[in-house]
Write a protein that binds this ligand. Structure first.
Ligand SMILES: [Zn+2]
Length: 143
């Protein structure tokens, strides 16, 4: 896509979670967001309750907690990164830096990108694509 390194560009996807307030059992409100900023992945979890006024937040760097990432995938759909021209250390480094993959895992991911495609969330794949100068990720929900 030729977006360069995308410094300063913020990519974000958020999902509302259906889970009750842990304090009073009321309806509660929970939002989980996966964020890509300055070539790095991070996440935010915000919870608040209108019934008992409890508030909470949690922040993390790197890959998202599995069960929260699953909500992003469920609500926004999986994306696919595919670029037959992908090759080289830059692609491996992008997978390792963004998703924390081991070198063998990154090599496997690169093979997938050049073949049937590598699947993940939009934010994860847009980050990798931006760092490695690959084709933009495509929604699996698109025809
Ligand atoms: Zn509550």
């Amino acid at each position: 896509m030729g977006t360069g390194r995308g410094a300063g560009r913020v990519i974000r996807q958020a999902a509302r979670l259906a889970r009750p307030c842990g304090t009073c059992g009321g309806a509660g409100n929970s939002w989980f967001a996966q964020i890509g900023e300055n070539g790095a992945l991070r996440w935010e979890l915000d919870e608040w309750c209108d019934d008992c006024q409890v508030q909470g937040c949690d922040r993390g760097r790197g890959p998202s907690p599995v069960e929260l990432r699953a909500e992003i995938l469920a609500q926004h759909g999986a994306y696919r990164l595919r670029d037959e021209a992908a090759r080289g250390a830059g692609v491996l480094k992008a997978f390792r830096d963004v998703l924390g993959l081991s070198l063998p895992e990154a090599a496997e991911a690169l093979r997938a990108v050049r073949g049937a495609g590598y699947e993940g969330t939009y934010v994860e794949l847009a980050l990798v694509a931006g760092l490695a100068d690959l084709e933009a990720p495509v929604s699996r929900r698109d025809p």
